[in-house]
Design a protein around this ligand. Structure first.
Ligand code: DC
Length: 193
């Protein structure tokens, strides 16, 4: 069965948590596409070469989850040739037999516009920054500033900017529990299956 769940949205909105839960619930493969951009940013050197030569070892680095890696990812993600180098892998993953969940910024709009389910998971910048701050610590105002800076870059870039697909269902997790957010996603997918 070919069945793609595209989950897009800004940083720390809950995409990863929802994606993992949905993949486990339906037995689908899961790809965190942000990790691809994080690995390109972390690799250093020419980002276009890094994207074209990305290896499993690059994706296995243990420093990809930091705020700095997120900012570096967002910066290389504006480069059209970097994005182009990562398209085929993501499309093959999305349409492989057995069902797939991909989370990112452009899955429902660019990578897989034919996805059977498109979700746009969001929350207020303050709520997202607070969640990120609970994970990374430091100065919460600085975390909020970085979240806002990254949102702005991801939403205003020329190539594949972050925005909901016209037919995406919006899940705002600002005031939802994790269980309720996952429950909403599962209900939408079950209805589409
Ligand atoms: O989801 P994340 O925080 O790991 O993503 C890190 C950055 O990578 C994000 O700020 C923008 C970029 N990205 C992208 O441009 N397209 C995607 N599909 C996923 C991530």
């Amino acid at each position: 069965m070919i069945f793609t769940v595209a989950i897009d949205g800004p940083a720390a909105a809950g995409k990863g948590t929802i994606s993992r839960a949905v993949a486990a619930e339906f037995g689908f493969a899961h790809l965190d596409t942000g990790l691809l951009y994080r690995a390109v940013g972390a690799k250093g050197g020419d980002p276009i070469v890094a994207a074209r030569t990305l290896s499993p070892a690059d994706l296995a680095r243990d420093d990809l989850r930091s705020m700095a890696a997120g900012q570096a990812a967002s910066r290389v993600a504006v480069i059209a040739q970097v994005r182009a180098a990562l398209v085929d892998f993501q499309r093959r993953f999305a349409r492989a037999d057995g069902g797939a969940v991909l989370d990112g910024r452009d899955i429902g709009t660019v990578i897989c516009p034919e996805a059977e389910v498109k979700l746009y998971v969001t929350a207020s910048a303050e709520v997202r920054a607070h969640r990120r701050w609970l994970e990374v610590g430091g100065d919460e105002a600085q975390v909020l500033a970085e979240v806002i800076e990254r949102d702005a870059r991801d939403m205003t870039r020329a190539d594949a900017p972050l925005r909901p697909a016209a037919d995406a269902k919006i899940i705002d997790t600002s005031t939802l529990s994790i269980a309720d957010a996952i429950g909403q996603a599962i209900a939408i997918i079950r209805a589409a299956l």
